[in-house]
Write a protein that binds this ligand. Structure first.
Ligand SMILES: Cc1cc2nc3c(=O)[nH]c(=O)nc-3n(C[C@H](O)[C@H](O)[C@H](O)COP(=O)(O)OP(=O)(O)OC[C@H]3O[C@@H](n4cnc5c(N)ncnc54)[C@H](O)[C@@H]3O)c2cc1C
Length: 274
């Protein structure tokens, strides 16, 4: 009998999962053009042509958020298992997954019953990782604006230019998002290191920082940092997003138990000033 599989998410992993689940060799039939050294636009074009070519889009329900996943077995029974389903098999007649999905446009919900669920919801989205601050030194204490990197990334090019124009911007974090945003704030693009040399981008390493009314106190720095805009490129709390999807406390425990493998906090600080 045919099994029903739900793939949650519409990123690159879900394409791969679909390819595996349907046993298609579609990626090998649609190779990356070898002449292209890809940037993000090439990658997006490739994924879009790929999806159109294989009619992948007709299998996706867009604008739908999965808000609950439950397995059709009690928590008590789940906890008594040493192997999945008690015997290590992926499918049983009792073990159906119930998926509650919300249409984000009209807020209606629909319930699906499936035999297998593949989670492709990404680790880098939805829930930003905001560092902990002492009371009175939280972002709310600061008179300027503080936003997580994912809010910044959601702005279009014109809005970003307007948003950062004439502002002293500080970016916390030292990985890809932080460096990309640092470059954008200065309009540096390819001239990142030249801007560092001339001092319009200042990189500082610090274990922590705190907010005050007009300034930011960067641990290890004697002078407070004046800023109008702070962008927290401090990673994502993927495990919190996953925990929120599972209804059963047992599954929530399983997810939190693996939280060590989640995206780490990007602890060092950088402060590009425009
Ligand atoms: C700012 C930024 C810059 C990056 N730059 C690069 C780069 O230059 N090069 C590179 O190789 N990688 C880059 N990455 C990493 C790359 O984006 C990820 O590795 C890749 O997108 C992971 O693919 P994925 O399919 O696992 O997850 P994602 O692409 O994150 O897709 C997850 C999907 O799940 C959906 N989803 C989540 N929760 C639910 C839910 N409850 N219900 C329904 N759907 C849900 C989301 O809407 C999304 O469609 C970058 C990431 C970020 C955040």
């Amino acid at each position: 009998m045919k099994k029903r599989i739900a793939i949650i998410g519409a990123g690159i992993s879900s394409l791969l999962a679909y390819s595996k689940a349907t046993d298609s060799k579609i990626f090998s039939n649609f190779p990356w053009p070898s002449s292209v050294n890809p940037n993000q636009h090439h990658a997006l074009d490739f994924i879009q042509s790929y999806s159109h070519h294989f009619d992948f889009l007709m299998h996706i329900k867009f604008n739908t958020k999965v808000v609950g996943i439950e397995y059709g077995v009690s928590d008590e029974e789940l906890r008594s298992w040493r192997l999945w389903n008690g015997d290590g098999t992926p499918f049983t007649s009792q073990g159906k997954w119930k998926i509650v999905a919300e249409d984000i446009l009209n807020h209606s919900t629909e319930v699906y019953q499936v035999d297998f669920v593949i989670l492709c919801v990404g680790k880098l989205g939805d829930v930003p990782n905001i560092p902990k601050f002492p009371p009175n030194n939280e972002p709310e204490a600061f008179h300027g604006k503080v936003i997580p990197s994912m809010e910044y990334a959601a702005l279009d090019y014109e809005s970003v230019a307007e948003f950062v124009k004439g502002k002293r911007s500080t970016v916390f974090g030292f990985q890809k998002s932080a460096l990309d945003i640092g470059m954008e704030c200065t309009g540096a693009n390819e001239k990142f290191y030249a801007k560092v040399d001339e001092g319009s981008i200042i990189l500082k390493k610090s274990p922590s920082f705190n907010f005050c009314e007009e300034v930011i106190l960067v641990n290890g720095e004697t002078a407070p940092l004046k800023a109008d805009l702070v962008i927290l490129a401090t990673g994502f709390a993927g495990e919190k997003m996953l925990k929120g999807i599972f209804v059963s406390p047992t599954f929530q425990d399983f997810i939190l138990g693996s939280s060590k493998e989640a995206i780490p906090v990007q602890g060092s600080g950088s402060s590009p000033n425009s």
